[in-house]
Design a protein around this ligand. Sequence first.
Ligand SMILES: Nc1ncnc2c1ncn2[C@@H]1O[C@H](COP(=O)(O)OP(=O)(O)OP(=O)(O)O)[C@@H](O)[C@H]1O
Length: 254
Amino acid sequence: MSNSPDAITVKNLTMAYGDYTVMRSLDFQVRRSEVKVIMGGSGCGKSTLLKHLIGLEQAAVGEIYYGDEPFVPDTPAAERIRRRFGVSFQSGALWSSMTLEENVALPLEQYTRLSAAEIRDVVDFKLSLVGLAGFGHRYPSELSGGMQKRAGLARAIALDPHILFFDEPSAGLDPLSSRRLDDLILQLRDALGATVVVVTHELASIFAIADTALFLDVESKTALCDGNPNDLIDDPDTDPKVRQFLTRGDRDND
Ligand SMILES: Nc1ncnc2c1ncn2[C@@H]1O[C@H](COP(=O)(O)OP(=O)(O)OP(=O)(O)O)[C@@H](O)[C@H]1O
């Protein structure tokens, strides 16, 4: 059976920096239009996994497929596949010398043949999708942290991506802004029909947005589980480390 090109399959993936192995033998799938959260303690390899999924790092062992196509960084096929990605990284700051409009317009000017008027329309639409209609003339420094994150999202969705990747989207935000960003991620998934992969260790976000969550364990260097976070908490067979993580240790004595 052929997979949707927007589904991701990871087979026997080992990730390493030189001699240092970060994670071994990861096997999991992200289904089309699913929100998959990658979770785990600090330094377990969440960002590293994201970098492998978008082709910034190469697998030490194993394979990543988009649909039925193998994804090997720095190949023409990978470049074609990457055109379907929208990426919003923790460090993916906006260009400070450009207004929001100019920031969001940049990928459209680079990768499409749209006219200036058409680009303006798309930029207006994308800014309105993230609740920033009317703020296009502002510079990033004139926005709050939450607004900057949303502007980063507007840029990430400029080219109508089929697959969205977020690294710690709500880092540094107050709980209310963080909640709004979670809602926005779900709205974008619904509006674009996109597959979404999110790295986060914010519990509230995990429960708010994850269809499934993959837990990376720094000690065993493997994934301990992959499932809906509510089901994982209720399932007595879930690894105790995962239950502890999801309950902040509150159910240690269950
Ligand atoms: N470029 C690199 N070269 C060598 N080691 C690296 C590099 N990037 C990350 N590491 C190491 O790989 C491990 C995983 O790092 P990674 O940033 O993927 O973890 P993380 O789960 O995203 O952490 P956090 O939640 O703290 O952001 C860490 O031990 C880190 O020190």
